[in-house]
Structures are given as structure tokens and as C-alpha cells.
Design a protein around this ligand. Structure first.
Ligand SMILES: NCCCC(=O)O
Length: 229
């Protein structure tokens, strides 16, 4: 069976690899491994050229984790804790997001990808979640995933085969004002929005957590299944 082509966005950051120490287009391998194990063909989309022009050649799209969105995109001045803003990545991913929404391309947003979806549709973000919820359980230490329970909507519970989940989290920002056209599909106990879907779309959903960090990949399988149609 032909594998649906799943585009997945990536970082561009200073990096050390083999004998080199230079900027690299980077993506944790877990993303592409999950896509391939789910039956898809992963294609990494660096934020160079015009990746949105490729949307018509993809069967599905993942906007992956990454640094903070430039708060100017949702009309806010930058907070002190806002970091790793890469305007070139914003430009590429907001273009891809717009193309996916316009064409009904099956879409999965992961962490930053959820935030791109919300801002693209006119929503806003909390720029530093610990200031809002009073704890750091969503991002306990640099480079370490936290585990925090979330309660899933019936639609998401069907994908995960259960209403309760304790996924891997690493985010210091979160949705503040939910965009029109989105529905909340999961929250954590402190009220933080942890997942959303686009109302009425065949498959356009996003999670604030990191499904790529877990061995099992129901969200990746669901995306690849949607991408086959
Ligand atoms: N803001 C970028 C995604 C991760 C985070 O919220 O820390």
C-alpha cells in the first residue's frame, strides 16, 4: 500500500553532529519514527523557501514542537520569559497552517503546533504559564518532560481508547484566548487547555503535550489514517 506523505516542520538551530558544529535543520527522530511506524512517509519541511507551496503535494501535516511564536502575531509585547523566537520559522509555519486550513489537509499540531493553530485563527497565548497556574509541572526542568494528567473529550478518548491520559509535557506557554473555530478537547486539572480541534474539520487537531515522546502512537496512526482518505 502506498504510504501517505506526511510533512513535518522542524527547527533550525546551532548544532553539533559528527565532526560538525554549525546551524542545522533539526527534528527529534521520534517524530519521523512515529510517522513511519504508523504507515506514513515522513518528509521534513525546513523553514526555507516556500514550504506552504508544497501543501498540495502532502497528504497530511504536522507542525512540530519548537520555540515561542513572536507575540506580535497575537498583538502582545514580548514578555521577559518569551524565548527562542524564530521569525523565519513563524513565517513558514503560519503559511503552512493557512494552506492546511484552507484545503482541509489532515493536520496534527504538537505543542508549538497547537499554539500556531490558535494564533493563526486569531487566539492569544499565555506567554509564561507558571505565572498563571502557579506551578511548573508543565515544564519542570530544561530538557525534561513532565508527566501531567489530562482529561480527554469523547472524540479524543476514542483515539486514545480512554478518557484519562498522563502524557509528556514540555511547555511554558499555553492558550489564553481560544480562537473562534476551535473546540477544547482536553484540559489538565489546573484548567490549562491541553488539546483542541477545528470545529467541523475532517481531521485538524492539536495537542499541547508531546505524543512523540511515548512509545505508542495513536495520534500518529489517526493522522495517517485520515491522510489515506
Ligand atoms: N511556546 C513554544 C512551545 C513550547 C512552550 O510553550 O514552551
Amino acid at each position: 500500500m502506498t504510504r501517505p506523505v506526511i510533512g513535518v516542520t522542524c527547527y533550525v538551530e546551532p548544532a553539533k553532529f559528527t565532526v560538525w558544529d554549525m546551524p542545522a535543520a533539526l527534528l527529534p527522530y521520534m517524530y519521523v519514527d512515529h510517522i513511519a511506524r504508523a504507515g506514513g512517509q515522513p518528509v521534513i519541511l525546513p523553514p526555507a523557501g516556500e514550504p506552504a507551496a508544497l501543501a498540495g503535494r502532502l497528504d497530511g501535516l504536522i507542525i512540530a514542537g519548537g520555540g515561542d511564536i513572536d507575540p506580535a502575531r497575537y498583538g502582545a509585547p514580548p514578555a521577559e520569559q518569551t524565548g527562542y523566537v524564530r521569525e523565519f520559522r513563524d513565517e513558514a509555519e503560519f503559511g503552512l497552517m493557512e494552506a492546511a486550513l484552507r484545503t482541509g489537509l489532515p493536520f496534527l499540531g504538537i505543542c508549538r503546533g497547537l499554539q500556531v493553530l490558535n494564533v493563526a485563527l486569531g487566539g492569544t497565548l499565555h506567554q509564561h504559564l507558571p505565572d498563571v497556574v502557579g506551578h511548573t509541572a508543565h515544564s519542570p526542568a530544561p530538557g525534561t518532560f513532565g508527566r501531567l494528567p489530562v482529561r480527554l473529550s469523547p472524540a479524543l478518548a476514542k483515539i486514545y481508547d480512554g478518557e484519562d491520559l498522563t502524557p509528556a509535557h514540555y511547555h511554558h506557554q499555553a492558550i489564553d484566548r481560544l480562537a473562534d473555530g476551535l473546540e477544547v478537547t482536553a484540559r489538565s486539572d489546573d484548567g490549562t487547555i491541553e488539546a483542541v480541534e477545528v470545529t467541523g474539520a475532517a481531521f485538524a487537531l492539536a495537542v499541547q503535550w508531546h505524543p512523540e515522546a511515548d512509545e505508542d502512537g495513536p495520534l500518529f496512526r489517526a493522522l495517517v489514517a485520515a491522510a489515506r482518505h
